[in-house]
Design a protein around this ligand. Structure first.
Ligand SMILES: [Zn+2]
Length: 258
């Protein structure tokens, strides 16, 4: 990948860092080299800390976030105080997707679940330099939106039909895919929020999964001991969403890079 043909030593180092960072987000990495070079001045790297809110329900959408590592939970808080997962985004995706299609306010919350970092693109820069130009990133995010709708459709069925143990297994596998050190650091309360159930139901389901040898569970930490076994326990949604993600990224890369 060629970033600049004539540059100073300082900018070479900067470009190499940016090149390394961009390659860690699947959507950005699928863009043509020229688009990445054009967007470079507008991308800003930020740390992601557990509990950090990237989006709040009803508030203006100020940024698009492209995670490089870590996990960001999309959650819907109901007026009754209950919370339900609306997806988990990692380095394979984008947070703030409505910005891509002209959305101005957030529906639901985006909260960092696992620490990491992200590249940010402001909504104003996106509107001026990407959407108005209908550049390759705009095309990529339109294609990614197709996947995101498919994922939400799958999660709707999951929440309505699949048993807690199977949904919990799917959730732990999804978080583990984005865990920095191979251990999912999450409380039973948080898992209960994701699944829209009471905490004792999660504790009971974790005990049942631990008895099979698929995982070990502590108060704030889950370690997968037998991934194939846990995948057997998980509902079909884990594989369906993972394969849809890969298909979406391949489609974007093929469409934009040939
Ligand atoms: Zn499911």
């Amino acid at each position: 990948m060629v970033w600049r043909k004539t540059v100073t030593a300082r900018s070479v180092a900067y470009d190499e860092r940016m090149h390394t960072d961009v390659a860690r987000n699947a959507v950005l990495a699928a863009l043509p080299d020229g688009e990445l070079e054009r967007l470079e001045p507008y991308l800003k790297k930020i740390p992601l800390a557990p509990g950090q809110r990237l989006l709040n329900s009803g508030e203006p959408l100020a940024q698009l976030y492209f995670p490089l590592e870590g996990a960001v939970s999309r959650l819907v808080h109901l007026i009754t105080g209950e919370t339900v997962e609306a997806g988990i985004v990692g380095s394979d995706g984008v947070v703030g997707l409505p910005v891509a299609l002209g959305g101005t306010h957030s529906y639901g919350v985006a909260e960092v679940q696992s620490p990491g970092s992200a590249l940010c693109l402001s909504a104003a820069d996106y509107a001026e330099h990407v959407r108005a130009a209908q550049s390759p990133l705009f095309e990529a995010l339109v294609l990614y939106t197709n996947f995101y709708i498919a994922m939400l459709t799958q999660l709707t069925a999951c929440h309505c039909v699949h048993r807690i143990e199977r949904r919990l297994s799917r959730l732990i596998l999804t978080l583990d895919d984005r865990a920095p050190n191979g251990a999912v650091r999450v409380t039973h309360d948080t898992l209960a929020e994701f699944l829209g159930v009471h905490r004792p139901s999660v504790t009971y389901a974790l005990q049942a999964l631990a008895e099979t040898g698929a995982l070990s569970s502590e108060r704030r930490r889950i370690v997968i001991l037998d991934r194939p076994a846990l995948e057997e326990h998980a509902c079909e949604c884990y594989t369906a969403i993972r394969e849809a993600t890969l298909a979406a990224i391949n489609q974007i890369r093929k469409h934009l890079r040939g």
